[in-house]
Design a protein around this ligand. Structure first.
Ligand code: GLC
Ligand code: GLC
Length: 843
């Protein structure tokens, strides 16, 4: 298959005039790192530190910020979103040559001094950024040790000169006054609240501890200090930015403890380095929470700094740092070890083995709260998002997935519906956004089913879970799932299809909003609840989720429910067949007047991709040619070199009856971009039809590693999926936006591993049912599953008779393709022999 740049003939210039084929780095697969060779990437290319407890975002030039659990309510450091230059504020270190007064940032930003050498290695949970200037090499590794609420900046400073070097080193963070929203808006108060203290080499940020907080931050250094700063203005000087702080220029700090203003933590360290000498300097930024707030000798509330320092100071020792980093690496090897594959295709292998799996873990941890596109104060944990995110990592972290499912269920409403979002710290549904996105509850069923297929742990179904709007009313998770299904069947419209409510998966298809007021957000506008607008997508999702729920009910021996749901699914299926089919593809919806959307009758918005994916995934249209016809239409009308468009033709003008979708210029976001989340659905639909080549082709077009060769066009990080790639209606077609926190991660992973490679959990065990393109002759994989490890070898070869596939486990042929469940902690060898014929299409 031709490579992407070959296919699209990209030999010309990218958006900034650089060669479109330009790369900014390379994959180091053995170390599971992406190595960036130059600091001026098209956008800051970020990575995540920590898990869901202590989290940091870090760019390739050390920009970013840190929070404890909740990016809105417990922000440790400030970040300036949407600022110029981009990526303002971070974990900065300045070096100053005392002999000349020259100073620079070894991470390039913020001084942007031209370095003699630069390299950033983004790895799993860490970033190591190295910069050399004038023979002074500084490499800083930033990471959060496992199970700690602190981040380490471990610096290795080497003098490559032939003379000794006398250096000053300044570290700098700007503290956030905890509540990031208030911090960015409420200056009349918060310019008067900042409080800090300094104890030896530790700077303490204790704003509001005096009143209602029981937490504070410390910023520590392994070296004795020559000085410190605690106020931004004192450090930078008036009218200056982080690119030329006055204290660094001067080579001396003020050593004053400021109150109010903008608190910062700056250490000043002086070092003499002999020729060839390396020194290690460690900084630790930590969050401390006390069960009972401490008091000082005069009885006033005051943080217990001694205790905090005892906890933190161990990490200032380089040996302890190395141990913690090794433990972090081992942790990721263990987690990723749940599935490793070898297909011989680097774009596939490195995404499945490392980057896509890692992105799934990150989206699981932070949902849609904090990235360069999510400010951390807008959205918390999204109900539908979090349910989908866990599809991509339930095999790596089943216990955490279990806990997440129960958390999500506890924000479900008695009606069966769901709060659309909740704050991670409080686990309270977010009233500002409210509910009424009518697809939301169904995703809970789908996620719970994925957990059951992975683990076989049916005990989760009997866990008592309260409701978001009635904490006293506790029911089993199973009952929650039934309410989720009933929520849909109780809300059917005139055609017998589910009512769409505020929106379905497509947040921007707002058929009941009819908003003409620019000051009301589309997400919260009051609805014209017409009980008319219906969604074919929700109908498909209902079938998909409830196929599983029927099976769950059957296994519980709940025959009445099984029967009732089976009938509901059949009815829904029939409704899609009769009123959800447009002749060549699945319709998208009916609007509030009952008119069709996503139909050949429409001049704009004729074909939407979502139902063409979800309906075949649910088994709709597989036997009667409809699914095949829908995929042909997708191929004909939605396919571009950069992936499949969400809708065509895009909407040219704002249409109140359609809502936010038509608010975007054509080619952007929901209005006809390549909304990547939907592409894996088509991959899965193609696999269900046995269309292996199509599945592979669609998967590769959005594969970030495959697109690395056109980084200057793509612009986002080449190691993770982005939410959208600009569609062909716009001039910058091919440009990615909104990387990292997207449902694309989980679905791309599911599509590649469970459908193309076919390693798929079922209620009965793991099935191996590959759908490989003709030029892939097989692959190997290691999969951990229900307490055993499967060493899988898939080969295309001669399969005798009419047996499509032959599967041998530990040498013996088995009936069918579902592997026995062993629970024995052992490794079992699996040989799968595929016939030469194209794959059949899975049941
Ligand atoms: C965003 C939202 C997701 C929604 C999608 C399509 O990715 O996080 O919930 O389904 O947009 O509108
Ligand atoms: C906007 C975006 C959509 C996202 C939603 C979340 O509508 O277009 O992608 O899901 O905001 O609030």
């Amino acid at each position: 298959m031709p490579s992407l740049p070959e296919r699209i003939g990209f030999m010309g210039k990218g958006l900034s005039g650089k060669s479109a084929r330009m790369r900014y780095g390379r994959f180091d697969d053995a170390r599971r790192e992406y190595v960036i060779h130059r600091p001026d990437t098209p956008l800051p290319w970020i990575n995540y530190l920590g898990d869901d407890t202590f989290v940091g975002i870090i760019s390739n030039t050390a920009g970013g910020y840190t929070f404890y659990r909740d990016a809105r309510l417990r922000r440790l450091t400030r970040y300036r979103h949407n600022a110029a230059p981009a990526d303002g504020n971070g974990r900065y270190i300045y070096l100053r040559d005392e002999a000349t007064g020259e100073y620079w940032s070894p991470t390039w930003r913020p001084t942007q001094t031209q370095l003699d050498a630069y390299e950033c290695r983004h790895g799993l949970g860490y970033a190591a950024i190295a910069g050399t200037l004038g023979g002074i090499e500084a490499q800083t590794t930033y990471f959060v040790p496992l199970d700690e609420t602190l981040e380490i900046w471990a610096m290795r400073l080497t003098n490559h000169r032939s003379e000794s070097a006398s250096l000053s080193l300044f570290s700098a963070v700007e503290f956030c006054l905890w509540n990031a929203h208030d911090d960015a808006t409420n200056f009349q108060r918060n310019l008067n609240t900042g409080e800090v203290a300094v104890a030896s080499s530790t700077i303490v940020h204790k704003t509001e501890y005096r009143e209602r907080r029981n937490h504070f931050a410390t910023f520590s250094c392994s070296e004795p200090l020559a000085g410190f700063e605690t106020q931004r203005d004192a450090f930078l000087g008036p009218y200056r930015g982080w690119d030329r702080p006055q204290a660094v220029e001067r080579g001396a700090t003020s050593n004053e403890i400021g109150v109010g203003g903008s608190p910062v933590g700056v250490h000043h360290v002086r070092l003499e380095l002999q020729p060839g000498e390396t020194k290690r300097v460690v900084f630790v930024l930590a969050y401390h929470e006390e069960e009972f707030p401490a008091r000082d000798s005069s009885g006033r509330k005051a943080p217990d700094v001694d205790a905090a320092r005892r906890a933190v100071d161990v990490f200032l020792r380089p040996a302890r740092v190395d141990e913690a980093l090794t433990a972090l690496r081992e942790h990721w090897e263990r987690e990723l070890g749940a599935l490793q594959v070898n297909t011989g295709v680097p774009d596939m292998d490195r995404m499945v083995n490392t980057w896509n799996a890692y992105q799934c873990a990150v989206t699981f941890n932070v949902s849609r709260s904090a990235s360069r596109y999510e400010s951390g104060i807008g959205r918390g944990i999204g109900f539908r998002d979090a349910n989908q995110d866990l599809l991509g990592c339930v095999h790596m972290i089943p216990d955490r997935a279990r806990a997440r499912i129960l958390d999500l269920a506890s924000t479900q409403l008695v009606s069966g519906g769901a709060y659309h979002q909740y704050q991670p710290l409080t686990r309270q549904g977010n009233d500002e956004i409210g509910s009424g996105f009518n697809d939301d509850p169904l995703w809970l069923i789908y996620a719970a089913a994925a957990y059951l297929k992975e683990t076989g742990d049916t005990s989760i179904l009997d866990e008592p879970v309260p409701y978001g709007d009635d904490r006293e009313a506790s029911e089993s998770l199973y009952d929650h799932l039934l309410r989720a299904a009933d929520y849909t069947t109780a809300r059917l419209g005139p055609h017998g299809l589910p009512l769409i409510g505020r929106a379905d998966w497509n947040d921007c298809l707002n058929l009941n909003s009819h908003s003409s007021d620019p000051d009301e957000p589309f997400q919260t506008v009051s609805l014209h609840d017409t009980d008319v607008a219906e969604s074919v997508f929700i109908a498909g999702l209902f079938c998909l989720a409830c196929n599983d729920l029927v099976e769950i009910a059957r296994r519980r021996g709940d025959e009445a429910t099984e029967r009732r749901l089976r009938t509901a699914v059949e009815r829904m299926h029939t409704a899609i067949d009769t009123v959800g089919w447009d002749g060549d593809w699945f319709l998208r919806a009916y609007d509030a007047t009952g008119a069709k959307i996503g139909s050949r009758e429409n001049a704009e918005g004729r074909l939407f991709v979502e139902p063409q994916g979800i309906c075949p995934m649910a088994g709709v249209g597989l036997d009667d040619g409809r699914a095949a016809s829908a995929l042909e239409a997708v191929d004909r009308d939605l396919s571009t070199d950069h992936g499949l468009l969400l809708v065509q033709p895009a909407f040219q003008a704002y249409r109140p009856e359609l809502g936010e979708i038509s608010s975007y210029p054509p080619g952007y976001k929901e209005n006809g971009s390549i909304f990547c989340h939907t592409n894996p659905w088509i991959v899965i639909a193609a696999c269900r039809l046995g269309q292996a080549e199509r599945a592979w082709d669609v998967a590769m077009r959005i594969n970030p590693s495959h697109r690395e060769a056109i980084s200057e066009v793509h612009r986002c990080e080449p190691y993770v999926y982005a939410q959208t790639i600009v569609g062909r209606d716009a001039a910058d077609h091919g440009r990615a936006r909104n990387s990292w926190l997207t449902g694309t991660a989980a679905w791309a992973y599911v599509a590649a591993t469970q459908w193309i490679l076919g390693i798929r959990p079922t209620f009965n065990g793991l099935t191996i049912d590959p759908c490989l393109p003709p030029d892939l002759d097989g692959f190997e994989a290691v999969r951990r599953y229900r307490g055993a490890t499967y060493d899988i070898h898939v080969e295309r070869g001669a399969v005798p008779g009419d047996a499509g596939v032959i599967v041998r486990v530990d040498g013996d042929p088995i009936e069918g393709q579902i592997l026995p469940v062993f629970h024995d902690g052992e490794t079992h060898t699996v040989h799968v022999m595929l016939g030469h014929a194209p794959c059949e299409g899975a049941p």
